[in-house]
Ligand binder design. Structure first.
Ligand SMILES: NC(=O)c1ccc[n+]([C@@H]2O[C@H](COP(=O)([O-])OP(=O)(O)OC[C@H]3O[C@@H](n4cnc5c(N)ncnc54)[C@H](O)[C@@H]3O)[C@@H](O)[C@H]2O)c1
Length: 251
């Protein structure tokens, strides 16, 4: 039997990048996936490419949209076993020169988004003894120049994951986070020019030195699939680092 056979899954931000890789791999492993994104065309395209169970779009900053998308997913799937909070944004800015509006925006997507989605999904997850996979980042563990508000938002997401795991342990619902290093997506492409300017180093050299190579969206989807599966039944409140050794390294 496939690792995720019959699992009913909702993935935010799955029109592109890591979310799309998660929706794809989960489907290949037997899950029925409802794709969701703020970009409706991207979501439709992903769903058509992978043969998803359906599409239920939302902007994760809008609580009513999140509630409605999760209700639609439950309707399509007949319940919910796994919520993947993947939608996230980056902002590249020296922390104390960042506008307060931009600071608020990144937290609205990266922290408040998963929070409202977990609240909307929890009743269904209790019913199925399901689980949540939150896509955090190594930026939630260590500090990086230019990513101050992003680092703060991902640290907050790791903490939401831990507290939800502890509070919900009696229900059997599991909550875990995945903390990737730099991976090959549009998000990192957008960051490259600012990183090169700040470090005075080609980004490829920085990546080679710190993490060996860029992660692939599939590397991250593999860990998410394991955490979402019954093979991880004793794992909750954990934050899985996958970064080619970046956070392990002192030099
Ligand atoms: N790429 C990396 O190196 C990396 C590393 C660590 C963590 N992450 C995290 O992985 C997740 C996915 O990142 P990615 O690299 O695939 O990014 P991406 O920018 O390539 O894709 C993000 C997707 O999320 C969607 N999205 C953006 N804002 C949204 C919103 N408000 N509501 C719903 N959907 C929205 C976008 O339309 C897009 O389809 C993010 O949470 C990111 O922080 C990425």
């Amino acid at each position: 039997m496939s690792e995720l056979e019959g699992k009913r899954v909702f993935v935010t931000g799955s029109g592109a990048g890591i979310g799309k890789a998660i929706a794809t791999l989960f489907t290949q492993r037997g899950a029925r996936v409802v794709v969701s994104d703020i970009n409706a065309d991207a979501a439709e395209q992903t769903a058509a490419e992978i043969g998803a169970a359906g599409v239920a779009n939302c902007d994760v900053t809008d609580e009513a949209q999140v509630q409605s998308a999760i209700a639609q997913a439950v309707e399509i799937l007949g319940g919910l076993d796994v919520l993947v909070n993947n939608a996230g944004i980056e902002v590249s800015s020296p922390l104390l020169h960042q506008s307060t509006e931009s600071f608020d925006r990144i937290h609205a997507v990266n922290v408040r988004g998963p929070f409202v989605a977990m609240k909307a999904a929890i009743g269904h997850l209790i019913e199925s003894t399901g689980n949540v996979v939150n896509i955090a980042s190594i930026a939630g563990i260590g500090g990086s120049p230019l990513l101050g508000s992003y680092c703060a938002s991902k640290a907050a997401l790791i903490q939401l994951t831990r507290v939800a795991a502890v509070e919900m342990r009696p229900t059997g619902v599991r909550f875990n986070a995945v903390c990737p290093g730099f991976a090959d997506t549009a998000m990192v492409e957008r960051l490259v020019p600012d990183f090169e300017a700040a470090t005075q180093m080609p980004f490829g050299d920085l990546v080679a030195m710190k993490q060996g190579r860029l992660g692939t969206p599939e590397d991250i989807a593999e860990v998410a699939a394991f955490l979402a599966s019954d093979r991880a039944s004793w794992i909750t409140g954990a934050s899985y680092v996958l970064d080619g050794g970046l956070t392990a390294s002192l030099v």
